[in-house]
Design a binder for this molecule. Structure first.
Ligand code: SAH
Length: 213
């Protein structure tokens, strides 16, 4: 679990790269600077941890590009203490970024292998999501709704309607929608029945799948 000055130096550069690419939320940039991304990758990929790259994390899944993580985190417009639902815990990196931003994170992963691996890693690193469930995120977490924000980190062929209903008024859903590539989409709940929608260009994610595995 080493985090030495070389890792820290590379992280500072990654943070500056995110700034150059257009991320402006200082809390997001600081979280990128804090989370030791190399510990979320298998040690054989260690040297790539601070490049703007996606990587395999087992069970055919990938850790998202740092820029994608920063971009989605920024779209949430987080305030400390906000209640955030993440669909697709994967390596746990995105969740750790949200925790460093002082969010209360509820996260769900459908691959048991990753769920077990990431549970262990969170314990070792001291990251504490409010809830970490093994299950299908398609239905959200109705028992813990409503949320200030929901972030989907896998590509949804279409919008899972259940998620919209789990937002507070003013809450934000950040979700990549489409087959391949996906279009990053932001929904904001304006009232009980009204939502606004804005799109932010193409991204590539592993698929949002039904059921658990
Ligand atoms: N946020 C992750 C990204 C991992 S890739 C990270 O920072 O590493 C997307 C993840 O979504 C994969 O782990 C995949 O297993 C998971 N996933 C796909 N469909 C899902 C579903 N229906 N419910 C929960 N997780 C899902």
């Amino acid at each position: 679990m080493e985090d030495n000055f070389i890792h820290k130096g590379k992280r500072r550069l990654l943070k500056e790269l995110m700034r150059e690419k257009g991320i402006t939320d200082e809390a997001v940039l600081e979280a990128i600077n804090k989370v030791p991304r190399h510990l979320f990758l298998d040690s054989s990929f260690m040297e790539h941890a601070y490049m703007n790259k996606a990587f395999p994390i087992g069970a055919d899944q990938t850790i998202s590009h740092p820029y994608t993580v920063a971009f989605q985190s920024e779209l949430l417009h987080l305030n400390p203490g906000d209640k955030i639902l993440e669909i697709g815990t994967g390596s746990g990196y995105q969740c750790a970024v949200l925790l460093e931003m002082k969010a209360k994170v509820y996260t769900v992963e459908r691959q048991n292998e990753l769920f077990k691996k990431t549970s262990k890693l969170f314990r070792k690193m001291g990251y504490r999501p409010t809830r970490f469930n093994f299950g299908d995120g398609y239905l959200g977490m109705p028992e813990h709704a409503p949320f200030d924000g929901i972030i989907v980190t896998c590509g949804a062929a279409e919008l899972p309607q259940a998620l919209l209903g789990q937002l507070k008024i003013g809450g934000r859903l950040v979700i990549p929608i489409g087959e391949d590539p996906q279009i990053m989409t932001l929904f904001i709940r304006r009232s009980e029945t009204e939502f606004s929608k804005k799109t932010f260009g193409e991204f590539r994610f592993v698929p949002f799948l039904d059921g658990k595995n």
